[in-house]
Design a protein around this ligand. Structure first.
Ligand code: PRP
Length: 181
């Protein structure tokens, strides 16, 4: 889909991950998750809003009877303080919970979420992320399923935004350095 609108956007430097490459990652991770959780009650939890697009593709690559749920959190800036602005709809006690993220950056978001979920008596809590930007990590979060490690560049598309824009790009693109200052 090379004629998509952002290809000629002056803010976008290059495509980092194509649709095909993302599809391959979803297929590989989905197969691993299907094997690992076979016979277990599984709930996929996506973090709004960015995790939504990856969840939609990943869940269709998991050949298991599972449920979906959503959380949204708000951060108070660069510190560790975050709060839940939308909680899960269902009880996860006794279920295996897999948190699905588009990107792990500082790790502060997941550190918080994993601790919150672990306090609700699940059978297990694990993390699946499409992208891992380790250069910015502050909190150490175990990542059970990692799509790709990316360099320290600002990326948009496939759920990831810049001021709310670009989430609907079917690929992941790098934003020009000049834009980010
Ligand atoms: C992004 C991303 C992760 C989080 C990772 O979400 O989707 O949830 O940042 O960052 P961290 O590892 O430094 O905590 P964002 O806060 O931009 O919200 P969004 O999902 O609504 O885009």
């Amino acid at each position: 889909m090379s004629a998509y609108y952002a290809i000629h956007d002056p803010l976008i430097e290059r495509v980092l991950l194509t649709e095909d490459e993302i599809a391959t990652v979803c297929s590989t991770l989905g197969a691993r998750i299907s094997a690992d959780y076979r016979g277990k009650p599984l709930t996929l939890v996506a973090l709004l809003r960015g995790g939504l697009v990856f969840l939609a593709d990943l869940c269709r690559n998991i050949d298991l009877d599972l449920t979906l749920d959503f959380m949204a959190i708000s951060s108070y800036g660069t510190g560790e303080a975050v709060r839940i602005v939308k909680d899960l709809d269902d009880d996860v006690a006794g279920r295996h919970v897999l948190v699905v993220e588009d990107l792990v950056d500082t790790g502060l978001t997941l550190h918080y979420i994993v601790n919150v979920l672990a306090g609700r008596s699940p059978a297990s809590v694990a993390v699946c992320t499409l992208l891992d930007r380790r250069a910015r990590r502050i909190a150490d979060v175990p990542i059970a399923y990692r799509g790709l490690e990316i360099p320290d560049v600002f990326v948009v598309g496939y759920g990831l935004d810049l001021g709310g824009r670009y989430r609907n790009l079917p690929y992941i693109a790098v934003v020009r350095d000049e834009v980010m200052g």
